[in-house]
Design a protein around this ligand. Structure first.
Ligand SMILES: Cc1cc2nc3c(=O)[nH]c(=O)nc-3n(C[C@H](O)[C@H](O)[C@H](O)COP(=O)(O)OP(=O)(O)OC[C@H]3O[C@@H](n4cnc5c(N)ncnc54)[C@H](O)[C@@H]3O)c2cc1C
Length: 342
């Protein structure tokens, strides 16, 4: 494996890992190691950004008591996966920036948003700026921090926060705006800009933002799901194949699902080209569905005025009268078991 970074280190703080990806971690026999470095998440609370009042709740423990929803610092997850890959005999060469794609019997491009392998298979891509930026930050976790994800919705912006293991709180804040930002976490931003964007928010948000000392900013771009995932000797997975807006917390989970299915297809099918075709056939429809669902969420979180009041009232009612309805709308994401190929 060739990786341009000199070390697997913190890239963009925390991520949520839902049971669909957790099933792969279990099948890879790293479930226990993952549990040790991650924090449980009991559900999601949707809250009104201005006062912090509860709008709706998705209670994982009630609807899927046996499933594991967790949150983890990215660098710690990478450590676990790296150790497991080395133990399984993989050679990992760090500090190797691939500029020309090597000739190999099989080349797998897990090279992210700006994938060279995707370009080789599909030609250049034209992603467009969604006019949304995301800040990411870590702060210390307060005593008694609830083990759940809280999402504060406001006009043209929302903020999500959840605890990570190691007494940390992860913050992702998204704002609609005209000014362009690059699609890259290496861009630091002044926390004052984050404060200013969320100045009208209430509840715990002002107290959290006061503690932000450093943050990164990332421009959110829409990409098409790649049409061609392989050519018989080269294949793509994860963001290389289907960059996903973060509004369903599924991009990394989908990369983990892809990796399992790709390996399983290669294992089961003696003809490499047939195996890769099966991989694409199994994965592309799900990737399209997840990418579309994530894109739709941005609109729902950022409402203002009358549409916001109507939507929040409907959510409050649904959450109180039929709490299962909200969960069941997204259950197809979490109930999927990629380790069972059909
Ligand atoms: C704000 C935000 C919040 C998110 N939250 C979540 C979440 O809660 N849950 C979730 O599941 N997903 C989340 N995601 C999505 C997730 O971050 C990505 O989908 C995931 O990282 C994709 O993994 P990947 O391995 O495909 O690509 P990457 O993580 O981008 O990894 C690609 C790797 O390839 C290397 N590379 C690239 N080019 C080369 C080259 N030429 N030579 C050598 N190496 C190269 C890079 O250095 C990198 O290590 C979030 C995204 C954002 C923006």
């Amino acid at each position: 494996m060739l990786e341009r970074a000199g070390a697997f280190r913190e890239v963009g703080a925390g991520i949520q890992v839902s049971p669909n990806a957790g099933r792969v971690l279990d099948a890879l026999d790293v479930g226990a190691a993952f549990a040790a470095i991650s924090a449980p998440s009991h559900g999601v609370e949707l809250r009104d950004g201005s006062g912090g009042a509860l709008v709706a709740r998705l209670d994982y423990t009630r609807h899927r008591p046996d499933a594991r929803f967790r949150a983890v610092h990215r660098a710690r997850l990478l450590d676990v996966l790296e150790a497991a890959a080395r133990k399984a005999g993989a050679t990992i060469r760090l500090g190797e920036h691939v500029t020309d794609l090597p000739d190999a019997p099989l080349l797998i491009g897990a090279d992210g948003l700006h994938s060279r392998v995707r370009t080789a298979l599909n030609g250049p891509e034209r992603p467009f700026f969604t006019r949304q930026v995301a800040w990411r930050a870590l702060i210390p976790l307060e005593d008694g921090g609830a083990p759940l994800s809280q999402l504060f919705m406001g006009p043209g912006r929302h903020l999500v926060s959840y605890p990570l293991a190691g007494r940390l709180r992860n913050i992702v804040a998204v704002e609609e705006r005209e000014a362009w930002a690059a699609e890259d976490w290496s861009q630091p931003d002044d926390p004052a800009n984050l404060h200013a964007a969320f100045a009208g928010f209430g509840g715990p948000v002002p107290g959290w933002l006061e503690q932000v000392e450093t943050c990164g900013i990332w421009g959110l771009f829409r990409h098409e799901v790649a049409g061609r995932w392989h050519d018989g000797t080269r294949a793509i997975l994860g963001d290389a194949a289907h960059p996903t807006l973060p509004f369903l917390a599924q991009g990394a989970c989908m990369a983990i699902e892809d990796a399992w299915v790709l390996a399983a297809c290669l294992d089961a099918e003696p003809e490499q080209e047939t195996a890769l075709a099966r991989y694409q056939a199994l994965r592309r429809p799900r990737a399209v569905r997840v990418v579309d669902a994530a894109t739709a969420n941005a609109r729902n979180y950022h409402l203002d005025g009358l549409p916001k009041h109507a939507a929040h009232a409907a959510l409050r009612l649904a959450s109180a009268a039929a709490p299962g309805v909200l969960f069941h709308r997204v259950a197809w994401v979490f109930d999927h078991d990629p380790t069972r190929l059909s």
